[in-house]
Design a protein around this ligand. Structure first.
Ligand SMILES: *Cc1c(COP(=O)(O)O)cnc(C)c1O
Length: 344
């Protein structure tokens, strides 16, 4: 093979959305920010729409405009960053709904887009984005077409954390004065906390793409990497920068065409494996910018390619080895990979 190939299973993404949708009886949106967590917004959003998603969320105006152009006019698109200066023409043209998160954004949107639908983002305790209770109380919302009021949980991946229930009751209190406006609090982690966190809409992201905390998700990505060469390394010789790996036996070492410039975080060096089918070949030495070494001594023949992501080693396994989270592994997946979409 010529280049590393990332195979993205759109059928698995659709199945994961459906499984998350079945957790409750409310609408399930889909978060496709950051190019659908690095997997490609156009094919991913189309697959989600076909599966039944009608409401999408992105982080930025540019992402929202790109999404509108691939998904048609029908789906609702919300923008987490709200209404930033200069956003007006694109918001109008693409029919976007900003999630307004400060009194200034509310005033600016109201003045420029009278009667146009939008959402409100409340701060229920994360202190990242959103209106505080006193901001909300002071707002004049007459004449505004509010289609959603939302907030975000800081600790939903830790079900026992007391902040989950505290944020839920803060959200309930803050929204008590906004009757009839649909409410949303839960991302993937919150959806898994149970129906009392679902309100009127959940908005999962990472779970759609097979990441924790949705441990029952179907795996979505496979990464196959070509072997550039296989060499013999004698007992006592070293491999790679810093001579960090030393052969304890005469070995066969495969050098693969992928490195930290492709998002393989250098800190995961030595903590992951490459796979030939289900046979595990330890990654050895330090990850270079464009190269990675694997010990293939125990394979019967020299491989032409090996897998770094498959059903046996997923994004969260790489994340554990790198001391990070699956989200960062997904959104770091390299621009040099060929992306191939399958229907699963
Ligand atoms: C990213 C994000 C989500 C989706 O979160 P996941 O943990 O990926 O499911 C939902 N809501 C907001 C506000 C977000 O920023």
């Amino acid at each position: 093979m010529l280049r590393p190939t990332l195979t993205i299973d759109l059928g698995a993404i659709a199945a994961n959305w459906t499984a998350l949708n079945r957790l409750g009886s409310v609408e399930t949106g889909a978060v496709v920010k950051a190019d659908a967590y690095g997997l490609g917004i156009a094919p991913v959003a189309r697959a989600l729409a076909t599966a039944g998603a009608r409401t999408f969320f992105v982080a930025t105006l540019d992402e929202a405009v790109a999404l509108r152009s691939v998904i048609g006019q029908a789906p609702v698109i919300y923008v987490f960053s709200g209404y930033m200066p200069g956003a007006g023409p694109a918001v109008k043209q693409a029919g976007l709904r900003p999630l307004l998160n400060s009194p200034e954004q509310v005033a600016a949107y109201r003045a420029a887009h009278p009667g146009a639908p939008c959402g409100l983002q409340l701060d229920s305790g994360m202190n990242r984005l959103g209106l505080e209770a006193e901001d909300l109380a002071a707002l004049d919302l007459t004449g505004m077409e509010l289609s959603l009021v939302m907030s975000h949980l800081a600790c939903a991946d830790a079900p026992e954390h007391p902040q989950n229930a505290a944020q839920r009751s803060a959200f309930e209190q803050m929204t008590a004065g906004l009757p009839g406006i649909p409410r949303s609090l839960a991302a993937t982690g919150g959806a898994l906390l149970g129906p009392s966190y679902h309100f009127d809409m959940t908005r999962p992201g990472v779970g759609l793409f097979g990441g924790a905390p949705f441990t029952a998700a179907r795996p979505v990505v496979q990464l196959e990497i070509p072997v550039i060469q296989t060499r013999t390394v004698r007992r006592g010789e070293s491999v790679g920068y810093g001579a960090a790996w030393v052969a304890e036996r005469d070995s066969r070492v495969a050098t693969l065409a992928v490195g930290y410039a492709d998002g393989l975080i250098r800190a995961m060096s030595g903590g992951v494996s490459l796979f030939a089918g289900d046979r595990r070949c330890p990654a050895i030495g330090r990850i270079s910018m464009d190269l990675l070494a694997a010990d293939v001594t125990d394979l019967p023949t020299a491989p032409d390619s090996l897998f770094l992501l498959n059903d046996l080693q997923g994004v969260d396994d790489l994340a554990d080895a790198a001391g990070t989270i699956g989200y960062e592994i997904l959104t770091s997946l390299g621009a040099r990979y060929e992306r191939v979409y399958i229907a699963g």
